[in-house]
Ligand binder design. Sequence first.
Ligand SMILES: C[S@@+](CC[C@H](N)C(=O)[O-])C[C@H]1O[C@@H](n2cnc3c(N)ncnc32)[C@H](O)[C@@H]1O
Length: 324
Amino acid sequence: MNTKIKPDWAGEGLLSKFVNFLIQTKPIYNLMKHQARQVLIKTAEKKDIPWRKNYEELEASGIKQQLSTVVNSNIVYPDYYKVPFHAYPEGNLCWQAAFEAKSATYSMALRVWPKENLTWLAAHERLRGSFHNVLATYVTQPVHDILDIGCSVGISTQTLHRYYQKNQASPICTVGLDLSPYMLTVAKSLDTNGEICKWIHAQAENTGEPSNTFDLVTLQFVIHELPRNISKEIFAEALRLLRPGGCIAIVDNNPKSPVIQNLPPILFTLMKSTEPWSDDYYSFDIETALEDVGFEKAITIASDPRHRTIISQKPLPRLNKTGV
Ligand SMILES: C[S@@+](CC[C@H](N)C(=O)[O-])C[C@H]1O[C@@H](n2cnc3c(N)ncnc32)[C@H](O)[C@@H]1O
């Protein structure tokens, strides 16, 4: 049985420190950054994800002119968000990241079942399906209002919306929220049927949305991209936004997964070189952090070979002795 709670390549250990030393050495970092992008694009194109074509289509579509329709000009971007990310010098705050996000999302799904020769579409459906199955089992209150935090270009938002809408006659209102106006502009353009209620440009830790308005708040593949103090603030904000009995659901890399723990050195080094908060994430006790801000005890399920889903409920009001 696997008892290690996190990979040796993350955290405070010797291997982790050595990898970090390589990453902090500028010429080596630049080379790794370049390699990381090449690995991503090649894997995608080998499996028929038209990476360059998707990019060119968005570039030619003229959607850059729509940026002002999503921008919230009151936002001051926090420092942790302005660091280089995924080999983009401006992190998520650029068109290149937004135009490549769709292809990168489908590519990520393919990495979960590398030996099964799935198409990118089948891999993506299976990835989201494994998350939705956990929701079906553990989110027992009715769900009408959904907030997808860190929605990126809206693929997680739309799949989640369709999953809940398919199972209910009354309309579901799903909202996507992200701090990158570039991602949101693409999200809005991909939402061709206007299925999503609202796309919000805001900081997840301070959304400005009213309290007690959602039944479900999701964070899909977001927390591993954040320093843990910010994740804790986001949990507190999610608690405020949820109605009593509503749930937070987090799906992200599973530090206990043997696949993640045994990643080949080249892959974990490339991953760490493009995701600056990895050390913080892989040793972060998310379940305790949720309880600390006021959620009920969390349930954690290894939802696929690389990821875990964590679900926790906002407490219902306690009845007094007279039952009121
Ligand atoms: C990996 S992407 C999420 C992918 C998407 N949820 C999916 O499953 O396809 C992470 C997203 O989180 C967003 N993000 C990071 N920090 C944020 C914050 N503090 N507030 C809002 N969005 C944030 C980023 O801009 C990025 O679009």
